[in-house]
Design a protein around this ligand. Sequence first.
Ligand code: KG4
Ligand code: ZN
Length: 324
Amino acid sequence: MSAELILGIETSCDETAAAVVTGGGDILSSVVSSQSDLHARYGGVVPEIASRRHLELVSPVVRAALEDAHATLDDVRLVGVTQGPGLVGALLVGLSAAKALAWARGLPLVPVDHLRAHVATLYLAPDPLEPPFTCLLASGGHTMLLSVRNHAGFDILGATLDDAAGEAFDKGARLLGLGYPGGAAIDSLAAEGDPDAYSFPIARVPGLDFSFSGLKTALLYTVRGLGEDELEARRTDLAASYQRAIVGALVGRLRAAAAETGDRTIAVVGGVSANSELRTALPEARFVPLALCTDNAAMIASAARFARPLSTPDYLALDAYASV
Ligand code: KG4
Ligand code: ZN
């Protein structure tokens, strides 16, 4: 077994994840245990439930990641863990597990920023992207345009002023009766609908920022104006038109950002980058495989490769942070 393995741990929201990645960026294993079924009945993530579930899952998920990689803790040289942003209670479970593991084995630890980690999915083998590039990060919690000059971080060119793009998908899905999380459900429903059936407004925000809350309200009023049967009959058209509006906003701003930075390379990361219409609308952009778009721990291990590790016991006092 290679002597340079990195163990990544991610518990920022409702996925308990662990992965083993080599120093060269090869993914040896990536285990993601989603709690979304637990939270679906509440229409969103319940922080206390998430923390408790992470506590139950973190050890078996780490064990599974090592097993899948045909590795043991003896092979691990570095532990990377999400420090924030996210739900603090949820983050603390992963952070505490990582500290305990690292401390018990005398290993260095890297606290990883979840947003940098989404970008670091692009640096994984077999086809790692080299900075500089302009990147759209669109997830359930964040929507940002980033100027990426090196592997270690990025500058923020623009961000959403209200809802994140993934949040817009999730709230739209809820209005359409599709359950939580709703991005993938809208994506597949939209494939059967007419995207020109409804005209939803794309907010005109100056600069490179986004706004999605008006879109959600427009869908709310449209749905309210339909009877139950009518809603049933128009659901695919509504999904297609709503998705078209979100994708249009993302594509337009990403291209405008690239024009501003002058970068020839553009990339899209985060859960929303799994969206099929977005992937088709940006043939010139770099996307990662679907399994790496939504939250996972391979991205945490990947980001850990480009940060300065803390040695024992310097990391024991680390705290989690909720927001950027
Ligand atoms: O990156 P991620 O797993 O978690 C956060 O860091 O927030 O992103 C989750 C978000 C959810 O809002 C989910 O609805 C959205 O990504 N999503 C999608 C698709 N798959 C996941 N949105 C649109 N189309 C998809 N296929
Ligand atoms: Zn994420």
